[in-house]
Design a protein around this ligand. Structure first.
Ligand code: TA6
Length: 300
C-alpha cells in the first residue's frame, strides 16, 4: 500500500499517521497526550519513543543505514525466528529475518483512555520458507498509553511442530555507559558470550567498564536502568521471556561495527527480553506464544 492508502485505511487523525521516513521506509507515528512512538513497517521495528517533555527512551545510531536488506541499528529490532547466528547455517541472517522483512498493517485502534495501538503482521512466504521451512503467523502489537508496550506473538499455522528463539533487542538511550547501572539481575546466572560456565551475579547492580555481552538464562524479572546523567530511571518490564541479554560493545568492538560511530557505544545499553539459548520456544500446530516489553520512565 502507498502512504496515502495506509492513511486512508488505517490512519486516525492526530493519533496515527503514516509517513515516509528516512531512507523512504514507511513509518507509523503514534501520538497521544503522554508521548510519541514511531514504528517502521520495515522490520516492525520501533524507532523512537518520546514520553512528553523527555528525551527519547530509545537510542538510534547516527550511522545506521535505513535501507532494505540491512538491519536498522537502534530502537527495538526484532530477533525472530532465531536469536544470534543461525544454529547450523551462518550464511542465514544474524538474528533471523523478521527485522529484514516488510510487515503489513493489520489494524489500528484508539480507545477512550487515549490508548493507541497498531498491529503489524508477517507470515510465511517463499522467501521466509527458504530460510525457515515453516508456516507461521507473527504479529507485533505496539501500544502507547502512559507507557509503551510491545508484544510479539507467533502462531504455528503449519501441520508440524516447530522451535524458535526470539528477542526484543532494545537499545536504551542513556547519558553515559560509564555511569548508568541496571537493577533486577542480582542472583541470576549469566553466561558471558562464548562461555560455557555460568556466573551467578552477586552484585545488586550491573555497571560497565568494558564490553559486556551477558546472557541471563532462566531470568524473568523486570530491569531498571538508573541514569543520573539524564536524571531519569527507565523501567524495562517484560512478560513471556525467560532470558535477558545485556549488551554493550565497549570501545574496541564499537570501532568494528560499521553502522555505529566509534563513540556510539557510550550512549546506549541493550537490555533485551528474550527466549534464547537453552530457553527455546516449542509450538505445536495451532499454538501461539507471546513475548512483551513494557517501557516507561520517571525522574531520578
Ligand atoms: O544481543 C547481543 C548481540 O547478540 C551481540 O552479540 C551483538 O552482536 C548484538 O547482538 C548486535 O547484533 P547485530 O546483528 O544487530 O549487529
Amino acid at each position: 500500500m502507498t502512504i496515502t492508502e495506509l492513511n486512508l485505511h488505517y490512519g486516525i487523525p492526530e493519533k496515527i499517521t503514516f509517513i515516509s521516513g528516512e531512507g523512504s521506509l514507511t513509518n507509523a507515528v503514534l501520538q497521544n497526550q503522554h508521548g510519541t512512538a514511531v514504528i517502521s513497517l520495515y522490520g516492525a521495528q520501533v524507532l523512537s519513543y518520546i514520553p512528553k517533555g523527555e528525551k527519547d527512551l530509545l537510542w538510534m545510531s547516527e550511522k545506521t543505514a535505513f535501507e532494505k536488506g540491512k538491519a536498522i541499528r537502534g530502537g527495538i529490532p526484532l530477533c525472530f525466528p532465531w536469536f544470534g547466528p543461525h544454529a547450523t547455517d551462518t550464511t542465514k541472517p544474524q538474528h533471523g529475518f523478521a527485522r529484514l522483512s516488510e510487515w503489513n498493517v493489520k489494524s489500528t485502534t484508539v480507545s477512550a483512555e487515549d490508548t493507541i495501538s497498531i498491529i503489524l503482521q508477517l507470515s510465511n512466504t517463499a522467501a521466509t520458507e527458504a530460510l525457515w521451512p515453516f508456516a507461521f503467523n507473527a504479529e507485533i502489537k505496539l501500544t502507547i498509553n502512559t507507557k509503551l508496550e510491545l508484544t510479539l506473538t507467533c502462531s504455528n499455522t503449519d501441520n508440524k511442530p516447530f522451535d524458535y528463539t526470539n528477542a526484543l533487542h532494545t537499545y536504551f538511550n542513556i547519558s553515559d555507559i560509564a555511569t548508568i547501572n541496571i537493577e533486577g539481575l542480582e542472583g541470576a546466572t549469566y553466561f558471558p558470550a562464548g562461555a560455557e560456565n555460568g556466573i551467578i551475579q552477586k552484585e545488586k547492580l550491573v555497571t560497565f567498564s568494558q564490553e559486556e555481552n551477558r546472557r541471563y538464562l532462566g531470568h524473568d524479572n523486570n530491569c531498571i536502568i538508573t541514569d543520573k546523567g539524564m536524571n531519569r530511571i527507565i523501567y524495562a518490564d517484560k512478560k513471556g521471556s525467560n532470558t535477558t541479554v545485556v549488551w554493550n560493545p565497549g570501545a574496541e568492538i564499537a570501532k568494528t561495527i560499521g553502522d555505529m560511530n566509534d563513540n556510539g557505544y557510550k550512549t546506549f545499553v541493550c537490555v533485551e527480553p528474550a527466549n534464547a539459548f537453552t530457553n527455546i520456544i516449542k509450538l505445536s500446530p495451532g499454538e501461539s506464544f507471546s513475548i512483551s516489553t513494557i517501557i516507561y520512565s520517571k525522574q531520578a
